[in-house]
Design a protein around this ligand. Structure first.
Ligand SMILES: Nc1ncnc2c1ncn2[C@@H]1O[C@H](COP(=O)(O)OP(=O)(O)OP(=O)(O)O)[C@@H](O)[C@H]1O
Ligand SMILES: [Mg+2]
Length: 267
């Protein structure tokens, strides 16, 4: 039995007219404690749906999700979630944002602030405790969101394209930071992305999904030591393999362009 398990998960969405949308079908995945898995797939293939089911924001139409053997039926502090849009409270300073969960749980102020400071330090925001979210860059806001998810000491960290809105340079920096944070906390992480490179830089395993209805198409182990070198031959080989897999899932014309881009060529 895995630490985080999804078994036969299926999700259909009712639509006003016509057939219901089957977003995800037969999604089965077992993650070990401390494992980092990237969920990769084309836009609309059901990645966020899977993540939202694991988070307990959505109920599956069939199948189930277990965290340490406990069935997920609602959101809970055992699962920390980080989204693409930093969902910070704009009226709270950094440290108050980070300690929001513990405050809700009634953790005494002193303990709460100590804990908050530890995670602010961990994500590299020392000195910004009293800043407002609007005074931070996109990358810094995502650091706050990660720190906030970690202060609940969740069993599992679920991240949905958390660096998708960042420019290339910041994104790369945050990827390196996340590897460090993961090494320091050893959280079990599920990370949604549609960047092959990002998946390969971060994950122990890359799970590739088909186009809608999303099913698991392939699972790749990435046994390269971290921090990873994206120019290493093994990295490049895996990248090409995943690009070919993803290309099969795209409409013909779009597939040709995206495939060429991911190989670093102009179409
Ligand atoms: N609340 C909803 N109601 C109806 N259909 C939905 C709903 N949420 C998602 N869908 C549909 O389910 C499918 C999967 O959506 P989902 O957001 O999970 O994809 P995704 O892989 O996260 O895409 P992206 O990479 O663009 O974020 C899409 O076809 C989408 O239109
Ligand atoms: Mg999504």
């Amino acid at each position: 039995m895995g630490y985080l398990e999804a078994a036969g998960v299926r999700k259909t969405f009712e639509v006003e007219e016509g057939e219901p949308t089957v977003a995800v079908e037969e999604f089965t995945l077992s993650m070990a404690e401390g494992e980092f898995v990237a969920l990769l797939g084309p836009s609309g293939c059901g990645k966020s749906t899977v993540l939202n089911i694991m988070a307990g924001f959505l109920r599956p139409s069939a199948g189930h999700v277990l965290v340490e053997g406990q069935r997920v039926t609602a959101p809970g502090s055992d699962r920390g979630v980080v989204f693409q849009e930093h969902a910070l409270f704009p009226w709270m300073r950094v440290l108050d944002n980070v300690t929001f969960g513990p405050r809700l749980r009634g953790v005494p102020r002193r303990e709460r602030l100590e804990m908050g400071q530890r995670f602010v330090d961990l994500v590299g925001l020392t000195g910004f405790e009293r800043h407002w979210p609007r005074q931070l860059s996109g990358g810094m806001k995502q650091r706050v969101a990660i720190a906030r998810a970690l202060t609940n000491d969740p069993k599992v960290l679920l991240m949905d394209e958390p660096f998708g809105a960042l420019d290339a340079q910041n994104r790369r920096m945050m990827q390196d930071e996340l590897v460090k944070i993961w090494a320091a906390t050893k959280k079990t992480c599920l990370f949604v992305t549609h960047s092959i490179e990002e998946a390969l830089l971060l994950a122990d395993r890359v799970v590739t999904m088909t186009a809608r209805p999303g099913r698991i198409k392939a699972v790749h182990e990435v046994s390269l030591a971290r921090p990873r070198d994206d120019a290493a031959p093994a990295f490049v080989t895996l990248k090409r393999e995943l690009a070919d897999l993803l290309q099969q899932e795209l409409p013909e014309e779009a597939g040709r362009v995206a495939g060429a881009e991911s190989r670093g060529k102009r179409p």
